[in-house]
Design a binder for this molecule. Structure first.
Ligand SMILES: *Cc1c(COP(=O)(O)O)cnc(C)c1O
Length: 392
């Protein structure tokens, strides 16, 4: 169930709201943390009563605490929690109708591409891949069937920066919904609704959860109308987040600020090292002043983010690199306290056809690094020895 953001927290700073927004003290016990209401249903006094809680697909107090928390943090009017980021994206795409088309960016998350290409196509909903960094291209791509733009900035895995305010403005001029996948930045660094988006969504599996121990998705909307539609879709399609996972997210979000600060500090340390060594041919990270989109990112976000990708120079073998890391694990996912590397071409972006991958730069030698919050010297030493081992 969609919860209106509580206004008990008005006036608090962002880091205080990470800890206090949405979750009010449990009225039954005074517990300072939201209890895990591990129940599927609720006893009712009589039929046709006006009940707050009736069934946990429709609403659950632990989930509701999380939903009001994320609504507050993103500055929207209602939040919705789902069983995964993909369930959240699926719910949002369910706002579309047969014959509608959605614009997605060139570097779109692989799962978003796949659900559109292989599932929503069954229902007559089509997509158009557009370089959303090029505003003229966005404008030119809009036709009578285009009903939404689902954008990401920075986008996975090349950290492509899209001007969220400009794309939202174009979208609104043409009557499109502007939807932003804010997984990589989190509301701590970037708040798309403030930049004009209608809907912001997350794979909360990543930085919001932050500990690689929960799979979850979140959606926040700007208007009452969208809130009602999403509540209906959430309850009808049923991909809701359970109470325990909702609790884990509320817990994870409390430390988002300190984690993101340390993640970014470590990321800068790694990025500067990688950029300076001849073994790295190319590095993609929005924290470099000469990175395309640096200025746009600086205006729309309060930091460069953590995620970076780099390409090994010729003379280095990527598969050997991935076999050689020790503390840093080769794994899907990102955004946890531990550093992870992945191979976008065979992992996160395998669903995208090879020609398309090569065209945009998701090459066989591309390595994506999710910098954790370990000692930065340890992360660097591990990456450095793995690069050394990969020398042919
Ligand atoms: C991981 C991810 C998703 C999908 O989320 P799941 O929680 O894995 O379902 C969507 N968008 C982005 C940008 C992601 O990184």
């Amino acid at each position: 169930m969609a919860q209106e953001s509580t206004d008990t927290n008005l006036g608090l700073g962002f880091e205080s709201r990470l800890i206090h927004a949405g979750t009010t003290t449990d009225p039954a016990t005074g517990s300072v943390n939201v209890p895990i209401y591990q129940t599927s249903t609720y006893r009712q006094d009589h039929i046709r009563g006006d009940v707050t809680w009736e069934y946990s697909r429709t609403g659950n107090p632990t989930r509701a605490a999380l939903e009001s928390l994320i609504a507050d943090l993103e500055g929207g009017i209602a939040g919705f929690a789902f069983a995964s980021g993909m369930a959240a994206i699926t719910a949002v795409l369910s706002l579309l109708h047969v014959g509608d088309e959605v614009i997605i960016p060139t570097n779109v998350y692989g799962g978003t591409y796949r659900v559109l290409d292989k599932v929503f196509n069954h229902f007559g909903i089509t997509y158009r891949v557009v370089d959303t960094t090029d505003l003229d291209a966005v404008e030119a791509a809009i036709g009578p069937a285009t009903k939404a733009a689902l954008i990401e900035s920075p986008a996975n895995p090349l950290m492509t920066v899209t001007d969220l305010a400009a794309v939202s403005e174009i979208a609104h001029r043409h009557g499109l919904l502007s939807i932003v996948d804010n997984t990589f930045m989190t509301p701590y660094l970037q708040r798309p609704l403030e930049l004009g988006a209608d809907i912001v969504l997350h794979s909360a599996t990543k930085y919001l959860g932050g500990h690689s121990d929960v799979v979850a998705g979140l959606v926040v909307v700007r208007s009452d109308e969208l809130a009602q539609q999403l509540a209906f879709i959430q309850n009808s399609t049923g991909g809701v987040l359970g109470p325990l996972d909702s609790f884990l997210l509320v817990r994870g979000i409390k430390t988002l600020g300190v984690r993101m600060d340390r993640h970014q500090e470590n990321a800068r340390y790694l990025a500067e090292f990688l950029r300076a060594i001849p073994a790295v041919a190319r590095i993609y990270w929005p924290g470099f002043e000469d990175f395309p989109g640096y200025e746009i990112n600086r205006h729309q976000a309060s930091g460069p983010g953590v995620m970076m990708s780099f390409e090994l120079a010729s003379g280095y073998d990527a598969p050997t690199f991935f076999r050689s890391t020790r503390m840093v694990a080769l794994a899907e996912s990102l955004g946890g306290v531990e550093s992870l590397v992945c191979h976008p071409a065979s992992m996160t972006h395998a669903a995208i056809p090879k020609e398309e991958r090569d065209r945009v730069g998701i090459t066989e030698g591309l390595i994506r690094l999710s910098t954790g919050i370990e000692d930065k010297e340890d992360i660097l030493a591990d990456i450095e020895q793995a690069i050394e081992a990969a020398r042919i």
